[in-house]
Design a protein around this ligand. Structure first.
Ligand code: PLP
Length: 304
């Protein structure tokens, strides 16, 4: 059984134990690129079209060349086939700005040798982390941490790339390590106005009675695919789903708080800043709605 699968954008299945990147790849030099993380389940890439659409939007935000969606689809299909259908997997689509100096070298000498010098793209599949099944089954402890910015920056400072899934995740990972040192599993970022933003790798959804709420993209959060799938499914099941700015106080008074993401899917917050949050009667229903929503995500017509 393979433990990793690597497919380059030309559709070639590569040996994942052999080097792939050049030392001057701008993805490595500056974290300048975008990515998607997709759950492989039952031999399929879940909600693939929504992930491809968001990859395009992220690439646009960074002025990267428009991803060739058909090419990505082919590479993903090859990777998923190689991975098989007997277990879940984490599929990453990685795009970087390619090799440093590719532009100037092209100006000087015409065509460059080697493939696609102004873009690096590949698909990597690996095993799902152990924390994931625990988070799904038992929930997670969460602390709130400031992101140190105002929600206004989503519209006034587009260079912060707040709505894009970029490779520059060092601060997100540092926040998770900070949480781990305090025995917390995850983080909810807040703005300087004490508004709820998102997790370092997840979307925040709160539940009150038959209502589901999540912060809107204009507050500077990444539009989540898992949240979107939940809202589509829950809407059909009679839930009132809406996008609304939330304050940290709303977390405490909610009936339940969830972190949603493509790999973990639904993780209920069981402790928030040390405060216990007991499970509501609908906890299982919400987790089921997320599962079903992801299975039917191909039904969600458009991302924009
Ligand atoms: C990936 C990610 C999410 C969750 O999005 P999904 O599409 O549900 O996986 C939310 N916030 C951030 C910062 C992310 O990186």
């Amino acid at each position: 059984m393979v433990d990793r699968v690597l497919v380059t954008l030309d559709g070639t299945v590569r040996n994942p134990d052999e080097p792939l990147l050049y030392a001057d790849d701008i993805g490595a030099l500056r974290g300048d690129g975008v990515f998607e993380t997709v759950l492989v389940r039952d031999g399929k890439a879940s909600a693939l079209e929504l992930h491809l659409a968001r990859l395009r939007r992220s690439a646009q935000a960074l002025d990267l060349p428009d991803p060739d969606v058909a090419q990505w689809r082919t590479a993903v299909e090859a990777a998923v086939k190689e991975w098989g259908s007997d277990r879940e997997g984490v599929l990453r689509m990685i795009v970087t700005r390619g090799r440093d100096g590719a532009d100037s070298r092209r100006v000087g000498s015409g065509e460059l040798s080697g493939p696609a010098p102004d873009l690096t793209g590949y698909v990597l599949v690996s095993a799902v982390a152990e924390r994931v099944s625990k988070a799904r089954a038992e929930g997670i402890s969460v602390i709130t941490l400031t992101r140190g910015i105002s929600t206004e920056l989503a519209t006034t400072a587009p260079w912060l790339l707040l709505g894009a899934k970029t490779l520059s995740y060092a601060t997100n990972m540092a926040a998770l390590r900070f949480a781990a040192r305090q025995d917390a599993d995850d983080v909810i970022f807040t703005s300087t106005e004490h508004r709820v933003l998102e997790g370092p790798r997840s979307t925040v959804v709160i539940q009150r009675d038959k209502q589901l709420l999540t912060p809107p993209a204009r507050d500077g959060v990444l539009p989540g695919i898992t949240q979107r799938a939940l809202f589509a499914e829950a809407g059909k099941a009679g839930w009132d789903c809406s996008y609304k700015s939330l304050f940290t106080a709303d977390l405490v008074t909610a009936d339940s708080v969830w972190l949603l993401s493509s790999i973990t899917l639904a993780a209920r917050v069981t402790t928030l800043d040390g405060l216990r949050m007991s499970a509501p009667d609908c906890a299982e229903e919400i987790a089921d709605l997320v599962n079903r929503g992801i299975e039917r995500a191909w039904n969600i017509a458009d991302w924009s």
